[in-house]
Design a protein around this ligand. Structure first.
Ligand code: AMP
Ligand code: GLY
Length: 423
């Protein structure tokens, strides 16, 4: 089979590497991919939002199966365009990807179907939002309704901060049209857990749990980033909590989407907060997490293609997901200055030690080739992942492997999975 993956980050590299283990695949393409993905797949220079060009490529190349890794094309309706042309494609249609595309939609859905989440109000008028804030309890959370590269969430400790936030999101349009609507949400406290699930429209199967570290600096300080590292599984996500989530969050979400005439096929990523009152949904995403995929997929025993095909064909009930009884840690090697400003184009060395099969994986996020040499090409450059019998062992191995890699302005957090493995 010929398979096309759409996207260009560490997540897509992890997807491609997992697909390489599938004996039924003869050729993997990735659009547009990156320098590292180019060592595992044939790169296709078409951008993820060029739906017609991508579909034309898939038709001409006789691609049997396409996997969409990123949120923007999913929310924009790429799956509908592919399906209209008779192409097999993994991911939610536009009317289901709205679960990630609109926070107001997802909050209303949870409220209607009794799925636990933070209390909230939605506003389209900045004056009304500001008036409401005067009566609200602090801290308070402001969320731009639409996609904002994971940056449209502001946690405000004072009324002034909240008022400034409303101005930034709704009037100055800091996150563009994503800020036309505003969700104002109760602040929750607790441990965060990411649970990625496969869905076929009716059945939902959770993968092993993970946790992301979103802030740029050690000790969860500094600015929010796309994610500086992950570990899997989360020791706080016990069997009891998993059972609660399956019954009260995962199954009700898939059932609710089906009932609304928006059957969800693909990945639902549940961002959960384990609060004193029980697990609650922080957010939904309609795709694998990045860098959650980099710790979850290396632990998965199933053939990824087979599971994805079962989702598309509505046969996920016939699949049991299986994960290794081990742990994984991914440390992001970034360019110093990320997520604000940073230089790129520095040569990268030391990647030959990674086996990329069993213990040590190097997933490329922002890399490029210049004059025949591998160079840094983005803020998040590489995701160094190691597996081990325990979280502590995986962590030691991942940090050992980060020392193999050299490039100018290399920056990483030193505490990925640390507080947890010591807890
Ligand atoms: P999101 O993009 O919705 O995942 O939000 C980004 C981050 O903001 C989350 O990972 C949480 O750390 C934090 N966050 C979002 N919503 C809330 C909330 N209601 N209470 C506390 N923290 C939140
Ligand atoms: N790691 C968080 C995300 O992919 O949204």
């Amino acid at each position: 089979m010929k398979v096309l993956v759409i996207g260009s980050g560490g997540r897509e590299h992890a997807i491609v590497k997992s697909l390489k283990k599938s004996s039924r695949i003869t050729e993997i393409f990735c659009a547009p991919g990156n320098a590292g993905i180019g060592q595992d797949a044939a790169l296709v220079p078409i951008k993820p939002m060029e739906f017609d060009k991508l579909a034309e490529f898939a038709l001409n190349e006789k691609i049997d199966f396409t996997i969409v890794g990123m949120d923007d094309p999913l929310v924009g309706g790429i799956v509908d365009v592919f399906e209209e042309k008779g192409l097999r494609v993994f991911g939610p249609r536009k009317n289901a990807a709205i679960l990630e595309g609109s926070k107001a939609f997802s909050k209303d859905l949870m409220k209607k179907y009794g799925i636990p989440t933070a209390a909230y109000e939605t506003f389209t008028d900045a004056n009304k939002a500001e008036a409401y804030l005067k009566t609200a309890k602090l801290p308070i959370v402001l969320k731009a309704d639409g996609l904002a590269l994971g940056k449209g969430v502001l946690i405000c400790n004072t009324l002034e901060e909240a008022q400034d936030g409303v101005k930034e999101i709704m009037l100055d349009k800091k996150f563009g049209e994503a800020g036309t609507k505003l969700v104002v949400e109760e602040f929750m406290t607790g441990r965060e857990v990411s649970v990625l699930t496969f869905c076929d429209g009716k059945t939902i199967r959770p993968m092993t749990s993970a946790q992301d570290h979103k802030r740029a600096l050690d000790g969860d300080q500094g600015l929010n980033t796309g994610g500086m590292g992950t570990f899997s599984p989360s020791p706080f996500y016990t069997q009891e909590i998993a059972d609660f989530c399956q019954k009260n969050i995962f199954e009700p979400t898939v059932a609710a989407m089906a009932k609304e005439g928006r059957p969800f096929k693909g990945i639902i990523f549940f961002g959960l907060m384990l609060t004193q009152e029980g697990p609650k949904v922080l957010e939904y995403n309609a795709r694998f997490g990045d860098p959650e995929a980099q710790v979850v997929l290396p632990r998965m025993k199933n053939d990824l293609l087979e599971v994805m095909e079962a989702c598309v064909d509505g046969k996920l009930d016939q699949i049991e997901l299986q994960f290794e009884d081990n742990a994984a840690v991914c440390v992001i090697l970034a360019s110093k200055g990320y997520p604000v400003s940073y230089e790129k184009g520095f040569p990268i060395t030391g990647l030959e030690k990674f086996d990329n099969k069993n213990d040590y994986f190097c997933f490329h996020a922002g890399t490029a080739v210049k004059d025949g040499k591998l160079v840094t090409g983005g803020g998040r450059v590489l995701g160094v992942t190691a597996t081990g019998e325990t979280l502590e062992r995986a962590r030691e191995k991942a940090y050992e492997a980060t020392k193999w890699v050299s490039f100018d302005n290399k920056y990483m957090r030193n505490d990925i999975g640390k507080a947890i493995s010591e807890a």
